[in-house]
Design a protein around this ligand. Structure first.
Ligand code: 13P
Length: 286
């Protein structure tokens, strides 16, 4: 069942949980996300980051498959464009039936980010879709690579709650990606999160907060962030890495030929398990 980001985050708000937003780059990834969500009977967000992963598979190939499989899923699913940074790509996703898009103008001057985000909100409204935008920066490293960066540089990009409130008022976005200590990719040092900032941003903006860079955050920190108002958590790197590790082990243990269809299944099973473990934490399940 296909839902907008706004509707799926309303479910999260009512239950005091966060919805997992998993990036997909393959058919196996989509199957793993949906089967994990169905097994736990939980809503989920299926997202594609063309800016980071368009080199592995094209948006116009994976996009229609994501929408079709989400429509046929037994749980609520939002299909979302992650880190859209140009209008053509955003329009393309909306035309395919994505129910939500992120416009990432976080590297632009504030006024330009506001103007572009407002234009994306107007465009998305015409399709009945939701919009996530970003204020502050989580680093531009590709997901699935080593991120981290030095602590001072990360802290200087933390989201300012007053600016976030003005941004939401001026743009009308449905959810806001904020910087409070997480970054994309694999952490070089254990992340130190400014968890109180989330509550202040939530209070001042009135919209759900989105956490990017979910891989490498402890279960305890996830729970604290959810308590403060995080309602969508982006997660990809660890699922891809653990699947790679699982495939490496299987290949090392295999005797004789290794067929690619077996590799695809090993990866899918590993990803499904990571998604089940992750959704359990975000949904506060036993
Ligand atoms: P990770 O790289 O930490 O999994 O985060 C993914 C993400 O935030 C995509 O937007």
């Amino acid at each position: 069942m296909l839902l907008t980001l706004r509707s799926i985050l309303d479910i999260a708000e009512a239950k005091n949980i966060a919805i997992a937003a998993f990036n997909v780059t393959t058919l196996e990834g989509i199957e793993a996300v949906l089967s994990a969500a169905e097994e736990l009977d939980q809503p989920v967000i299926l997202q594609f980051a063309n800016a980071a992963h368009g080199g592995y598979i094209a948006l116009d190939v994976i996009g229609p498959i994501m929408v079709d499989m989400a429509e046929r899923a037994k749980v609520p699913v939002c299909v979302h464009l992650d880190h859209g940074d140009n209008f053509a790509e955003i329009e393309c996703a909306l035309e395919m039936g994505f129910t939500s898009v992120m416009y990432d103008g976080s590297v632009l001057p504030y006024a330009e980010n506001v103007a572009n985000t407002r234009a994306v909100v107007e465009l998305a409204e015409a399709y009945g879709a939701s919009v996530e935008a970003e204020i502050g920066s989580m680093g531009r490293e590709e997901y699935g690579s080593v991120g981290g960066g030095d602590e001072e540089a990360v802290e200087s990009c933390y989201t300012d709650p007053d600016q976030a409130a003005a941004f939401v008022k001026a743009t009308g976005v449905d959810a806001l990606a904020c910087s409070f200590g997480t970054v994309h990719g694999i952490y070089l040092k254990a992340p130190k999160l400014d968890i109180e900032r989330i509550g202040v941003i939530r209070e001042k903006t009135g919209v759900p907060v989105v956490m990017h860079g979910g891989s490498g955050i402890s279960d305890e920190d996830f729970r604290k962030c959810i308590e403060q108002g995080v309602r969508k958590i982006n997660f990809y790197t660890y699922a891809a890495k653990f699947a790679g590790d699982a495939v490496r082990e299987k290949i090392a243990a295999a005797e004789g030929n290794v067929y690619f269809h077996d590799i695809a299944v090993w990866a899918r099973e590993s990803m499904k398990q990571t998604y089940i473990d992750t959704i359990r934490v975000f949904s506060n399940l036993k």
